[in-house]
Design a binder for this molecule. Structure first.
Ligand SMILES: NC(=O)c1ccc[n+]([C@@H]2O[C@H](COP(=O)([O-])OP(=O)(O)OC[C@H]3O[C@@H](n4cnc5c(N)ncnc54)[C@H](OP(=O)(O)O)[C@@H]3O)[C@@H](O)[C@H]2O)c1
Length: 271
């Protein structure tokens, strides 16, 4: 039940990650996907990577597409929507990855149209995204097809739109937060005896395994932690020292700082 033709407007960091994920789906051929991009060096990169790219011509890119995924910066979005408006057919699904632009703001520009806001992360390129989705003016069939596409590219949850800012921080910025932990642990690993390469390999596989334990056991993180913290043991000593240094507190404060900044920026952009 895949889309026969997909257009992506904006082949930047996220747009190209989505494209890589889509291209790796078995049922979709290279010809099913087109990316519209305007930066010359990005176009070359995308073409070298094997994508069909249309240079800055939205009208051509969306022709025949069943679903149009827009992945441009928030400040570029209105002009892209203005350009899309006369070219969108009533049954084409418009998907926005754009942070901070609401479904009602999108409707203000393009009118009533099947529209979806998604918040994926860059792990979509390896089909491991956490993609949060909300729909507007979509039919049941369009919703099923859209969820099916993003389910093949990782995990999905349907959310109320007022949680999309929070999920931007937790899920999309979350990739950077998780990777900073990986980097810090890698640095520690070097100090206790490993090469950078081996240390990173050990840490990244350990983090992947830890996340997988939660998914597969449906367990609480503390339950898994209890299994590896013996009384007077080495793990609890290290863990408690991390907490004395403010580990959990700094993660929570970092998340809230990102969230407050996003809300502040949205408010200011709308004034
Ligand atoms: N990166 C993430 O992890 C992530 C995660 C979730 C959501 N998002 C959201 O997704 C959106 C895209 O993020 P990004 O990091 O991929 O941004 P990005 O790297 O700047 O990519 C956007 C690309 O679209 C191009 N573009 C702009 N207008 C265009 C047009 N009319 N036709 C064709 N191409 C056009 C831009 O070119 P120019 O730079 O030359 O204008 C740029 O190459 C943002 O709204 C972001 O908030 C990002």
């Amino acid at each position: 039940m895949n889309f026969s033709k997909i257009a992506i407007i904006g082949g930047g960091n996220l747009g190209s990650s989505i494209a890589k994920g889509i291209l790796s789906l078995d049922e979709l051929s290279k010809e099913s996907l087109v990316i519209c991009e305007k930066r010359k060096h990005r176009i070359k990169y995308l073409e070298d990577t094997g994508f069909r790219v249309i240079d800055n011509a939205i009208e051509m890119a969306v022709k025949d597409a069943e679903i149009v995924i827009v992945s441009v910066k928030p400040q570029q979005f209105t002009s892209v929507l203005e350009e899309l408006k006369p070219n969108l057919k009533p049954d084409q699904i418009l998907v926005s990855t754009v942070t901070g632009v609401s479904l009602s703001e999108i409707s203000d520009v393009i009118g009533t149209h099947p529209t979806v806001r998604i918040m994926p992360n860059t792990a979509i390129e390896i089909k491991e995204s956490m993609t949060c989705i909300c729909f507007n003016n979509t039919s049941e069939e369009q919703e099923e097809k859209t969820i099916n596409l993003f389910e093949q590219l990782g995990k999905t949850i349907l959310l109320q739109e007022d949680l999309l800012d929070a999920v931007t921080v937790l899920g999309a910025c979350g990739i950077a937060f998780a990777l900073r932990f990986v980097r810090a642990a890698t640095q520690g690993g070097i100090e206790i005896g490993f090469s950078a390469e081996v240390s990173e390999f050990i840490v990244s596989q350990t983090v992947k395994g830890a996340a997988q334990l939660l998914h597969e056991n449906h367990s609480h993180p503390e339950a898994e932690i209890d299994k590896v913290t013996t009384p007077q043991g080495i793990t609890i000593s290290g863990l408690n020292e991390m907490e004395h240094q403010g580990f959990s507190s700094s993660v929570i404060k970092g998340l809230i700082t990102s969230y407050n900044k996003l809300v502040y920026m949205e408010r200011n952009n709308k004034q």
